[in-house]
Ligand binder design. Structure first.
Ligand code: ATP
Ligand code: MG
Length: 175
């Protein structure tokens, strides 16, 4: 019997949410699991993880956004459309049962700024029957309704980050 099928959330304002999910993906691939990471609000092939994933059998990363920052206070129609398409892909991937692990990277932010309906995500996740796919939702501002239904919630807390002292994002560390 599969031991998979829980809902995990990595949220908070500290660094480590996406990289924690990548660590989990790495571990899962080691056991021959099929892993899909959908990256919401992102289109940039210069991320180390998208390059590295091509070397790991069983690990797919798909970016479902565009190469421009989403205005969180006032998202554009195209950002809503792309996030909705990503959410459709996520649902298909989960119900397909093809994947052991599905990571929805930054979906918490997509919900928090209204690109995707939190109610819809909660309805879908709680409506799954006999789910065998481990599902990870990452990103700041995870809505309370998501925390309520999750089995595992980790909050990354910012204590210190070189960005505050003006350091730029670093290749291989931040992207
Ligand atoms: P990572 O991808 O490094 O695990 P993350 O997923 O926790 O980070 P996000 O909220 O997705 O962080 O932010 C993405 C970018 O912002 C990354 O380049 C990350 O290093 C950086 N970042 C994360 N936390 C902080 C912080 N507290 N202050 C400044 N920059 C941060
Ligand atoms: Mg992240």
């Amino acid at each position: 019997m599969s031991e998979l099928g829980l809902i995990q959330v990595y949220t908070g304002n500290g660094k480590g949410k996406t990289t924690a999910s990548l660590g989990l993906a790495f571990r899962a691939c080691g056991h021959g699991f099929q892993v899909l990471m959908l990256q919401f609000m992102k289109e940039d092939q210069n991320y180390g993880e998208t390059k590295a994933a091509t070397c790991l059998p069983g690990f797919e990363i798909k970016q479902v956004g565009r190469n421009k920052f989403v205005n969180l206070a006032e998202p554009e129609a195209i950002d809503i459309e792309l996030a909705q398409n990503g959410w459709k892909l996520a649902q298909q991937a989960i119900v397909s049962r093809h994947y052991d692990l599905v990571i929805l990277d930054e979906i918490n932010v997509a919900m928090a700024c209204g690109l995707i309906s939190t109610d819809e995500v909660v309805r879908f996740l709680t409506g799954l029957t006999d789910n065998r796919t481990e599902i990870v939702l990452t990103g700041r501002y995870a809505p309370d309704a998501i925390l309520d239904i999750a089995h595992l919630v980790t909050e990354m807390k910012d204590i210190k980050h070189p960005f505050a002292a003006g350091a730029p994002a670093r290749k291989g560390i931040d992207f």
